[in-house]
Design a protein around this ligand. Structure first.
Ligand SMILES: [Zn+2]
Length: 285
């Protein structure tokens, strides 16, 4: 785990196993905010230790869950339930899928994971005015995604809504997702932090993700220019959102699925596992 300082009061705990995952901490005068809790309670004590070492001994801790995915909430059990908050849809989804995810992603557990749900939820936003910190609903990657803005240091934490090379999609509402990214684009920030990339100072990746969603809205994605990793993610996205689409009756969508299938079946595309190619092919039958 690496610790990176951001602005005057932020710390990024960058974990590398099972893959790059960031926990963002804002140490304020009145409270300490912990954005997401990684894959389990084992690493949370190190975070609290470091915060206390920095002189933040008396401040209450408030834990924010950006969305319901396991790699953002499994460390919740290191904290008292009363200190955790999220968007209300995030709480609902943890309730619905938490136990199932524990089984499905069992090998990614860090410590003795127990599902602990947020005790407090918000709909649009919650602002801690005394600390200049805002949490707001930002649907995109998932329907329950929310973001955090340190308004003093101008650090925007976007969780999985921005990701290299293209984001993972869990719903087909590209228009709503794009609005969220446009909102990020219109916000004055100096640093952008996503959950699975290194800290960003520019909007290159944000713009790249915006282009992907814009292209998806028209079902005209330039897959020829994609890296192998981008193609693999795109295939996973097409499989994930297929149930929301009428692939059979919509010729534009069908054409796109067929084009991607043909592309990944080409010899040089080894990054896409056979199993995914087979699933993609089934969707067209
Ligand atoms: Zn996620």
């Amino acid at each position: 785990m690496k610790i990176i300082e951001v602005g005057s009061r932020g710390l990024i705990f960058e974990f590398e196993d099972p893959y790059l995952i960031n926990v963002y901490v804002i140490m304020c005068e009145n409270r300490v905010y912990i954005c997401d809790t990684f894959c389990g309670p084992a690493s949370m004590s190190k975070i609290i230790e470091r915060v206390r070492e920095n002189g933040y001994k008396d401040q209450q801790i408030r834990v924010f869950n950006s969305h319901h995915h396991y790699d953002h909430i499994w460390g919740n059990c290191a904290f008292q339930e009363t200190k955790i908050f999220s968007h209300h849809k995030c709480r609902d989804l943890i309730e619905e899928r938490g136990q199932g995810d524990l089984v499905e992603f069992n090998e990614h557990k860090k410590g003795d994971v127990r599902i602990v749900m947020p005790s407090m939820t918000f709909s649009e936003e919650i602002i801690f005015h005394d600390d200049c910190v805002k949490f707001f609903y930002s649907p995109g990657h998932t329907v329950d995604s929310a973001s955090c803005m340190d308004m003093q240091d101008r650090v925007l934490f976007v969780a999985d809504n921005v990701e290299a090379p293209v984001p993972y999609l869990y719903n087909a509402d590209f228009g709503t997702y794009l609005k969220t990214l446009e909102r990020y684009n219109e916000t004055d920030w100096d640093y952008m932090l996503s959950s699975h990339d290194h800290l960003m100072h520019d909007d290159v990746l944000l713009r790249q993700n915006m282009k992907y969603l814009n292209d998806l809205l028209r079902w005209d994605v330039s897959i020829n220019e994609f890296s192998e990793r981008a193609i693999a993610t795109h295939v996973m996205n097409l499989i994930e959102i297929a149930s929301e689409l009428n692939i059979e009756s919509d010729s534009i969508i069908k054409h796109h699925y067929a084009r991607v299938l043909e592309f990944v079946r080409a010899d040089e595309m080894r990054a896409v596992p056979d199993q995914l190619v087979a699933k993609l092919s089934q969707l067209l039958n």
